[in-house]
Design a protein. Structure first.
Length: 70
């Protein structure tokens, strides 16, 4: 199709779209194949979040995952 870039948006906050040019520029400058951006959230707020989960018994065992409406 001749496309060089693809943007997948999973956000209900329209202001997050203002960051797209910066995200694309950083990704291109660093030659990244993928980039993820998130915003801080308040506990109890009804929205998804990208979280880094770390095993307390083995800190090297971690997982970055999207957690929806917890």
């Amino acid at each position: 199709m001749g496309k060089e870039w693809m943007i997948f948006i999973q956000d209900t906050n329209a202001l997050a779209l203002k960051a797209l040019p910066s995200i694309l520029g950083v990704s291109r400058k660093n030659n990244w194949e993928m980039n993820t951006v998130c915003v801080p959230r308040k506990p109890g707020e009804a929205m998804g979040a990208i979280c880094r989960l770390v095993n307390e018994e083995n800190p090297a065992d971690e997982l970055v995952i999207n957690v929806e409406y917890n």
